[in-house]
Design a protein around this ligand. Structure first.
Ligand code: CMC
Length: 427
């Protein structure tokens, strides 16, 4: 009869073991009973980059990478992008259910009335050079929030955690907008509580002399992009938030670690790298030459490939649709032509087909951001504003999970055997 267990024979000792299987996994610590002899530490698994290790159980986001499915709390991303607001999605991720009218009103009120930041944040920003990378500023300033809210260290108190999550969701767009203004040498535009979340964020970035004519199509497009980025289960930055948060540090410090991880070009920084790549290609006629270089291992086709998706990233499909609406407002981004041709050629090329490399979320998002008026080095900040609800939901889930402890991987030591210290004159 079929049994939910794994039979293992250790050929070093001839001993047999039966390891339970639950939810398609075995517990790595169950392997520790398998020892070559009494002194042996016990068997471990070697899994750099967590290619095949579930580090948590999670009820937040479901991805089927082969089928191209993404759901937040069970709701298909396509429906949320079509019908939900960003704050509704943030509530859904953090609380577990879509809010009713009263719940949404309270959530929106709580976040709206925490959008101001301490004026010392402005002094902090002024310490950065005019050309400081926006992501470097964002991770520094969000980390510094922990010094403004020392009460955030009480991570065992659920009410306190709610307050810090509200503070982060409220203040990160303000900080992100101030960073935008700092880079341009523009005076800071303060939050306006009469505007909605996206309207206020856009106003703080683009208002000149207190005036800004909102473009609802572009604001909704930005909202959709933020929704598409809101969570993506155990990705690099979320794992960073969980791992750093597992030390029980305050959430501002943990989120700042997530921002640092997102900054990298293999993660959120890819949207910026895509635009640099399109600039480098410059013209459709140079695409074949560029693809040849990529296939020879000289650089990557940025915005292509994903650790989990082995088919078209569902977010990229939705972004392509949003791009059409944006370009109707802004006029066509001339680089779109190169991107479309690059995609067409890559999807017909054996190298990409064999490795199941398809456009990911970052392939088209940069083109939209650029058309909306954001500079290239600001794209990843928009990704961070979008991913924030996911980081916070995952942080909260991690702290409530009785299975979790401080994150601490094992290693296989490959260094020197014990040896005696050599005085400097004898080296
Ligand atoms: N261009 C060319 N070749 C690629 C690419 C690419 N973009 N991505 C993967 N490959 C090749 C890679 O060289 C390897 O080939 P081989 O088997 O011959 O050595 C094979 O495909 C498998 O690649 P991998 O590096 O083992 O795959 P991974 O799961 O470790 O990496 C990835 C995933 C996203 C880091 C990678 O696909 C990549 O570097 N893509 C470009 C950067 C990018 O667009 N990142 C954004 C990801 S989506 C948003 C986010 O999560 O932040």
């Amino acid at each position: 009869m079929a049994k939910d267990s794994l039979s293992i024979t250790d050929n070093r000792t001839g001993k047999a073991y039966e390891i339970p299987i639950a939810e398609g996994t075995i517990k790595a610590t169950d392997l520790r009973q398998i020892k070559a002899d009494e002194a042996d530490f016990g068997l471990m698994t070697y899994d750099p980059a967590f290619m095949n290790t579930a580090a948590t159980r999670s009820a937040i986001t479901y991805i089927d990478g082969d089928a191209g499915i993404l759901r937040y709390r069970g709701y298909p991303i396509e429906q949320l992008a079509d019908r939900a607001s960003f704050l509704e999605v943030a509530y859904l991720l953090n609380v577990g259910e879509l809010p009713n009218r009263d719940q949404l009103a309270k959530w929106t009120h709580d976040i709206t009335f925490h959008t101001y930041v301490h004026t010392n944040i402005i002094k902090l920003l002024e310490g950065f050079r005019y050309d400081a990378h926006p992501m470097g500023m964002l991770l520094g300033v969000v980390g510094a929030l922990s010094t403004f809210y020392p009460d955030a260290k009480h991570i065992d108190d659920a009410k306190n955690r709610y307050m810090q999550r509200v503070r982060l969701l409220a203040k990160v767009p303000t900080i992100a907008a101030f960073i935008f203004r700092h880079s341009r040498g523009l005076p800071y535009e303060f939050p306006r509580n009469d505007l909605d979340y996206i309207g206020n964020y856009v106003n703080m970035m683009f208002s000149i002399g207190g005036r800004h004519e909102p473009n609802r199509v572009l604001q909704r497009a930005l909202e959709i992009l933020l929704i598409l980025h809101a969570d993506h289960e155990q990705n690099c930055s979320t794992s960073a938030v969980r791992s750093v948060g597992s030390s029980h540090v305050d959430p501002f410090s943990a989120v700042s670690a997530g921002i640092a991880a997102l900054y990298g070009p293999l993660h959120g920084g890819a949207n910026e790298a895509v635009l640099e790549m399109l600039d480098e290609i410059g013209d459709k006629k140079h695409i074949p030459e560029f693809i040849t270089k990529v296939k020879a291992g000289e650089g990557r086709l940025m915005g292509f490939g994903h650790r989990v998706y082995k088919s078209y990233d569902p977010r990229a499909r939705l972004i392509k649709k949003t791009a059409d609406e944006v370009f109707q407002q802004t006029g066509l981004n001339p680089k779109l032509e190169i991107a479309l041709e690059l995609e067409r050629i890559a999807l017909e090329d054996d190298y990409f087909i064999k490795r199941k490399l398809y456009p990911n979320v970052d392939f088209y998002s940069g083109l939209i951001y650029q058309a909306m008026g954001y500079p290239t080095d600001y794209f990843t900040v928009l990704f961070a504003v979008g991913r924030l609800p996911g980081w916070l939901a995952q942080w909260e889930e991690m702290l409530n999970d009785k299975d979790q402890k401080i994150s601490r991987p094992r290693q296989i030591y490959t260094g020197a055997e014990v040896r005696d210290f050599v005085p400097i004159e004898k080296r």
